[in-house]
Ligand binder design. Structure first.
Ligand SMILES: NC(=O)c1ccc[n+]([C@@H]2O[C@H](COP(=O)([O-])OP(=O)(O)OC[C@H]3O[C@@H](n4cnc5c(N)ncnc54)[C@H](O)[C@@H]3O)[C@@H](O)[C@H]2O)c1
Length: 253
């Protein structure tokens, strides 16, 4: 199914974290198809370069910068480089995460800090940095990534769930504080999205069938299903929508 066309995204500078694979890669492709000016950061170099080449074969290639989001100074440098090379950032997609499973007894203080750094902290600082560009532009849109994991209550995901629940609180507070600058802040909470990584690490064919059975809709959720909502929330079509968390889960929850 082709993506809807959003004229307001034409030439808009879109910064996506963790765009090299999974849902992030689907969003890089979806925004590139809108002829937005797309930049993304990731630690996974090969998949990111492959994605740039794939998109570049049929249109303008997105800009990929290697950046470990655990390093906030590196994130700031990457966002500044994007601003210099492409212009002020009008859309920020805070997508990157790490859903490492870990039981409570095996979790150290260091594990907790790392999980918070990879699933929550960079979203706050990326928003702080993007706000400068968005003020210059007279507005902008930020989309943070939460998860239905914390709403459902999954074992071995306590720190990840805590971070993803916090993303909703972060979204609401940022939306209030950034509203006077005409910057909208929303969150997306995906359900069980069947990405290549999920298949490889966490989901058996039986798990995938079980998720389908628990959804209202009898089809596996794909990264593209999530990208469609990200486009809408980034575009001016959602101009009066802010401070919300939207579920894309096929009715799982
Ligand atoms: N896939 C799902 O079923 C699902 C469900 C609920 C929520 N989500 C959320 O949706 C978003 C995308 O999910 P996904 O499944 O595509 O995730 P993923 O783990 O497959 O991809 C995340 C991307 O972020 C990159 N990344 C990880 N750590 C990084 C770091 N330190 N610095 C820079 N980049 C880093 C990875 O290389 C990868 O390309 C995440 O926020 C995730 O929590 C996903």
């Amino acid at each position: 199914m082709p993506y809807a066309r959003y004229p307001s995204l034409l030439d808009r500078v879109v910064f996506i974290t963790g765009g090299g694979s999974g849902i992030g890669a689907a969003m890089v492709e979806a925004f590139a198809a809108q002829k937005a000016n797309v930049a993304f950061v990731d630690i996974a170099v090969e998949p990111s370069k492959d994605l740039v080449a794939k998109i570049g074969a049929s249109g303008p290639a997105p800009l990929f910068l290697h950046c470990d989001l655990a390093d906030i100074a590196a994130l700031e440098a990457a966002m500044e480089e994007v601003r210099q090379r492409l212009g002020p950032i009008g859309v920020l997609i805070n997508n990157a995460a790490n859903d490492q499973r870990q039981d409570v007894d095996g979790t150290s203080e260091e594990d907790w800090d790392r999980a918070m750094a990879l699933n929550l902290k960079h979203q706050f600082f990326a928003a702080q940095i993007a706000r400068r560009s968005m003020r210059e532009l007279g507005g902008g849109a930020i989309v943070n990534f939460s998860s239905t994991a914390w709403m459902v209550g999954n074992a071995r995901m306590s720190v990840y769930s805590a971070a993803k629940a916090a993303v909703v609180g972060l979204t609401k507070s940022l939306a209030r504080e950034f509203g006077p600058d005409n910057i909208r802040v929303n969150a997306i909470a995906p359900g069980a999205v069947i990405t290549e990584r999920q298949r490889r690490l966490w989901m058996s064919e039986k798990d995938i069938a079980d998720f389908r059975a628990r959804q209202c809709l009898d089809r596996s959720l794909l990264a593209e299903d999530v990208a469609r909502l990200a486009l809408f929330l980034a575009a001016d079509d959602s101009a009066m929508i802010t401070k919300q968390c939207f579920l894309v889960d096929g009715g799982l929850r």
